[in-house]
Structures are given as structure tokens and as C-alpha cells.
Design a protein around this ligand. Structure first.
Ligand SMILES: C[S@@+](CC[C@H](N)C(=O)[O-])C[C@H]1O[C@@H](n2cnc3c(N)ncnc32)[C@H](O)[C@@H]1O
Length: 269
């Protein structure tokens, strides 16, 4: 396995795994040749781990796919727009009214990044930080630091040169044959996932995911919210279960806001 230092995604992402990489580390350091990540999201796992010999990342959300494709192929054009932008409510409203078309992939990627860094919790459809009236002490531009964002874009672009990015359903990455493959899967949570992401998963899709994992020849780690339903769906005698818990990052660190997550794999660490 090639080594490369961990780097950070330019995206803020609801449900990001960036704060719990130490718990995922033993899994991604296990022997493999090819790494596949079917639910890329903000990319904190891929960017936070060393490169593998072969790397395949994917998200069904076209905006995420387009964003990381532009980071890979056109980082400087993207940075030029980031550097000359000062977020204001007027600009935010203009972008909401006039979304970039598919003909302008770089501007589409820029708008995605703009909303990601100016909206509450990085949620694409949310209101801007500070609200539409900007009366809060936190303003729309409080997470817009062009130098930091561009430095991350450039480092991520370098790493992405070694990866294939696709815009497919997760099932393709599980069923495609390969040699010595490790899958790390972080799908939307069963209970709350669909309120956080434009592309969510139905109960049937979770069921299908479980069936594919039962029969896959590849090594895998799945992270999922821990409750009675997920324990029933993702159940097999061949699976290894580890319960993890930490504070949800989407809201404040309130005492009763501890999330319980299951780490399910088909190999021991
Ligand atoms: C929990 S997030 C991943 C977060 C990521 N691990 C991080 O740390 O930023 C789940 C992602 O799955 C994607 N997704 C939802 N349904 C999908 C599907 N059927 N196939 C592939 N990706 C899907 C969503 O667009 C979302 O980006």
C-alpha cells in the first residue's frame, strides 16, 4: 500500500467521518490492493487514509460526483473563482435563483462548494449561516476562507489523480469482481439519513445492501446507525459487530446527543 499523509476535504459534510478516523484506521490499514468507497459524501475517509494501489470512489449524488471530478481535473479554475468570491446574502439568493447548468461543470462545482460552506451544517438545501436576515453573530461568510479552501482543493486534486470517480449506485462497486478488494461503506443512516442528503436510501435499498454484503467475496467495513431494525437487516453469522458511540456532530455536544453506530465487517481487526 502506498502511503500519503492524511489530508482534509474542502467540504463540510453532515455525518462526516473526519472526527472518528482513528476508529476506522485499523480497518483501512488491513491488507488489500484495491480500495472502494461507494458512498463518498464529503470524502473524509478517502482523503484521511493512505492511498491504496487501486482506488475507486463513488457517490450517486451527481453534485458530489461533479464537485470532486472538477477538483481532480480543474483545481486552478475552481480556485480562481473561490479567490474572487465574497459571500453575501445577495449572492446566495442569486445562486439559488440561477443554478449553473450542466454545460458549465466548473461553475456548478463552485456553486455546490459555495452552498456547502455558507449554509447551516453544510446542508445543500438549508438556509445560510446567520439566517436570511443575518442578525446572528455568525455571518454567511464565517466559514469562507479562500486560502484554506484552495489549499485543500489542490491537495485533494493531487490525491484524486490516483483515483477513479464514478456516479453510480453503490451496488456496482460491491458486485464488480476484483483482486484483494476492501470496501468501506458509510451509507445514509437508516433512521435519519434521508433528511440530511438529497440522495437517500429506502428500506429496500438497505435490505439489498445487506444481501450484497452477505454474498460479497470482498472484505468490507459498513458503518450504520445502531437500532433494532439495522441489527435485523444487517445480520449474518459471518459478520463481526463492534458498537461505537460518539457525539453527533450535526448539533451541539448536548449530553443526550450521543450517537450509537455499528461497525460491521466480514473480517477481524
Ligand atoms: C453518510 S454520507 C457519506 C459521508 C462520508 N463518509 C463522509 O465522511 O463525508 C452518505 C452518502 O451516500 C450517498 N448515497 C445515497 N444513496 C446512494 C446510493 N444508492 N449509491 C451511492 N451513493 C449513495 C449520499 O449522496 C451521501 O453522500
Amino acid at each position: 500500500m502506498k502511503t500519503k499523509i492524511a489530508i482534509k476535504s474542502p467540504l463540510r459534510f453532515p455525518g462526516s467521518k473526519s472526527k472518528v478516523m482513528n476508529r476506522i484506521r485499523p480497518y483501512f490499514l488491513s491488507q488489500h490492493q484495491e480500495f472502494r468507497e461507494p458512498f463518498l459524501g464529503g470524502g473524509s475517509i478517502f482523503f484521511g487514509k493512505p492511498l491504496s494501489t487501486i482506488n475507486w470512489i463513488n457517490d450517486k449524488d451527481y453534485k458530489i460526483y461533479n464537485f470532486f471530478s472538477v477538483v481532480k481535473d480543474s483545481p486552478e479554475q475552481l480556485c480562481t473563482i473561490v479567490q474572487r468570491t465574497i459571500p453575501t446574502i445577495e449572492l446566495w439568493k442569486e445562486f439559488r435563483k440561477y443554478p449553473a447548468t450542466d454545460n458549465d461543470k466548473i461553475f456548478q462545482a463552485f456553486q455546490f462548494l459555495f452552498f456547502n460552506r455558507t449554509n447551516y451544517s453544510g446542508i445543500y438545501t438549508a438556509n445560510p449561516i446567520g439566517g436570511l436576515t443575518q442578525e446572528s453573530k455568525y455571518k454567511i461568510n464565517c466559514r469562507w476562507n479562500p486560502d484554506m479552501i484552495c489549499s485543500r482543493i489542490r491537495l485533494c486534486s493531487e490525491k484524486l489523480q490516483n483515483a477513479r470517480i464514478t456516479n453510480l449506485d453503490y451496488s456496482t462497486l460491491i458486485t464488480k469482481p476484483g483482486d484483494d478488494v476492501l470496501l468501506i461503506l458509510d451509507p445514509p443512516y437508516y433512521v435519519k439519513g434521508n433528511s440530511l442528503y438529497p440522495v437517500g436510501m429506502t428500506p429496500n435499498e438497505h435490505q439489498l445492501l445487506a444481501e450484497l454484503l452477505i454474498s460479497t467475496p470482498h472484505k468490507f467495513l459498513l458503518t450504520i446507525d445502531d437500532n433494532e431494525i439495522t441489527r435485523e437487516i444487517y445480520s449474518s453469522d459471518n459478520f463481526v459487530y463492534n458498537q461505537e458511540s460518539w457525539y453527533y456532530t450535526i448539533h451541539s455536544k448536548k449530553k443526550n446527543n450521543i450517537g450509537k453506530e455499528l461497525f460491521i465487517s466480514n473480517f477481524k481487526i
